[in-house]
Design a binder for this molecule. Sequence first.
Ligand code: NAP
Length: 252
Amino acid sequence: MTDRRIAVVTGASSGIGRAVVRDLVQRGTRVVAAGRRAERLTELTEQVRTAPGHAVAVAGDITQAGHTEELLATAEREWGPADVFVAAAGQGLPGTVLGSDPERWERLVEVNYLALLRQLRVVAAEFRKQAEPDDGARARDVVVIGSTVGRQVSAANPVYGSTKFAVHSLVEALRQEVCHHNIRVTLIEPGFVRSGFQEAAGYDAAWFEAIAEENGPLLVPEDVADVIGYVIGRPTHVHLDDIRLRPTRQRP
Ligand SMILES: NC(=O)c1ccc[n+]([C@@H]2O[C@H](COP(=O)([O-])OP(=O)(O)OC[C@H]3O[C@@H](n4cnc5c(N)ncnc54)[C@H](OP(=O)(O)O)[C@@H]3O)[C@@H](O)[C@H]2O)c1
């Protein structure tokens, strides 16, 4: 079910989103790859030029009005209506309630929660509209990257974690709202993944290496992409809707 599908992937300039683009184009999927760093997106589309699928880059910030509409319109212009949306754009924030920088809270909530909520509204409405003529005969997929800290409270990382708690409830609510149209809204909850995430957020490198020492080998973005490829490749009537994957040695 993954080949010849048309996907939009956010967070494609790094980490999980980038690995998802690579994985999908290998499966023959046509992909709109989004993120703010245009040069990294261009580099990615060049790297996958000989793959069975295809990727085009659209640079932009998920908090910008009209960005999601632009991504869907690009897919439609290039190949036809998208039927897969992978929301991998997101940011971390080091620190506790007392120890994190309150100047960064608003932006974190804006990026991880509000912008995602707006994106999901636009995409779900579009997918539902598409499903009407074919009576939902085929699946359309919305995949959202949550986190293990959106399921279990992390006292070390509660501000970031609470944005993921919000995301998790949103994903299940949207799943219930649109599942009758065969729109599969899937939550992926990774544990520790070695990606650009730690540096972008400013997590202490020594702290992270101690985590890696204790819990590693950590996941790599390709591990997550592999699971997403499997999930969206299931037959229309099968939905693996909530998947937690952690490094084998990660505790808790
Ligand atoms: N790494 C982990 O341990 C881990 C664990 C669990 C869950 N997650 C979640 O997995 C998702 C992907 O993270 P990752 O590990 O792949 O991190 P990453 O390597 O830092 O990738 C994050 C991506 O999000 C994009 N992004 C960030 N802010 C954006 C904005 N305002 N507008 C558009 N794009 C934006 C970045 O692109 P630009 O900077 O180019 O915009 C980048 O492509 C996030 O939701 C994260 O919370 C990560």
